[in-house]
Write a protein that binds this ligand. Structure first.
Ligand code: FES
Ligand SMILES: [Fe+2]
Length: 384
């Protein structure tokens, strides 16, 4: 992955990398799941995967199994994958389509795709039993630009409020209508934060990604989201190249009705906590990074294009897939090298440069969410 050519406007003198325990401690890893991941909106896929009534995908993370289902009424909902009878997990296959109802395999309690209990053998013999008291347990779900978000927290802050900095930002790219052309999953032997930090800067591009640096010089562009939960900006595509592909040629239609300046730019944003969105003139990628343990992560990566690209001249979805598969592998390798280094007891936090103002801002956000005050931040940042 790449990052950004960065302006220095938000650089805070004295910013240092995180202490080693943040990359190695099982206790901190556990706290991250409780305090960060289970308390925020997380992207679990695209609405495109739920085209038909009854279609579903499972989101299985952090000890929960959640079914995201399109009801027969067309509405996307999410439910805990737990039977209201004796608690059994209802659905095993990670994706599919429910016929017209959702049935527990144990004693056949049955719900509509909207989550209402419609069948419960012999329960009418139970005094006071009402089907309406036993719907599937709902999980908050939000849809934005074709992405599906869920919250493990049953009472999250409003999605629109949380996403306000970006909610109307990408309308011109038509992200909601894009279709998936490829998907890859990668297991990386590195802490999830090293992967987020890596995405958030391009100081490493000349050394780690020489091919990419030809297309997107690391000193080009500027940040336009400098602080908070949403971070990033754009880079300029070098003249003569039309896009960020192996050949430098455009691989499909422009994503949307783009102004001329966007036809020569690539935008890279990280969304708190674990999502990344890369927008190029003719394709987009999005990533999610999931912690598996303090030193291992799963990264899902999808490439998307304009739905009419397939029939356009020069259609070549392999162009971006090949390029980013190479770039991703370069990033995973250096993240694994970082993990190896910061895991040593000899590691001490090092200073960020002004070209790393965005990973420094990401770390600030992380510490704020983990500890909520500056006292502890200082203690960790100044670990000597
Ligand atoms: S546990 Fe599901 S029907 Fe009995
Ligand atoms: Fe990179």
């Amino acid at each position: 992955m790449t990052g950004f050519a960065r302006t220095t406007t938000t650089y805070q003198q004295g910013a240092h990398t995180l202490a080693g325990e943040y990359y190695t401690s099982p206790a901190i890893s556990h706290d991250e799941i409780e305090q960060l991941f289970r308390r925020t909106w997380m992207c679990v896929g695209r609405e495109e995967e739920l085209k038909e009534a009854g279609s579903y995908v499972l989101h299985e993370r952090f000890g929960d199994s959640i079914m995201v289902v399109r009801g027969r009424d067309g509405v996307v909902r999410a439910f805990h994958n737990i039977c209201r009878h004796r608690g059994t997990k209802i659905c095993e296959a990670v994706s599919g389509r429910f016929s017209s109802t959702i049935q527990c395999p144990y004693h056949a309690w049955t719900w509509s795709t909207e989550g209402q209990l419609v069948g419960a053998p012999h329960m009418h013999e139970v005094e006071g039993f009402e089907k309406r008291d036993h719907p599937l347990l709902t999980v908050p779900v939000a849809l934005w630009e074709g992405f599906v978000f869920v919250s493990h927290d049953p009472s999250p802050p409003s999605f629109d409020e949380v996403f306000r900095p970006v909610i109307d930002r990408f309308g011109r790219f038509g992200v909601g209508a894009l279709v998936r052309v490829a998907r890859r999953e990668y297991e990386v032997k590195a802490n999830w934060k090293l992967i987020m930090q890596n995405y958030n800067e391009c100081l490493h591009c000349p050394t780690i990604h020489p091919e990419l640096n030809q297309l997107l010089p690391y000193t080009s562009g500027a940040n336009d989201l400098h602080d908070g939960a949403f971070l990033g900006g754009y880079m300029d595509i070098t003249a003569a190249n039309e896009s960020v592909t192996v050949t430098g040629r455009r691989c499909g239609l422009y994503l949307g009705d783009l102004p001329d300046e966007d036809k020569r730019r690539a935008y890279y944003y990280s969304f708190w906590p674990n999502m990344m969105l890369s927008l190029h003139p003719d394709y987009a990628n999005w990533y999610a990074v999931w912690p598996l343990s303090p030193d291992r992560s799963l990264v899902t990566c999808e490439w998307m294009m304009h739905p009419a690209s397939e029939s356009s001249a020069g259609y070549d979805p392999q162009g971006p897939v090949e390029l980013w598969h190479t770039v991703n592998a370069q990033d995973w390798h250096i993240c694994e090298m970082s993990q190896a280094g910061v895991s040593s007891r000899a590691y001490k936090p090092g200073p960020y440069s002004p070209r790393e103002s965005i990973p420094a801002a990401w770390d600030r956000q992380y510490l704020l969410r983990m500890h909520g005050n500056n006292e502890k931040h200082g203690r960790h940042e100044k670990h000597e």
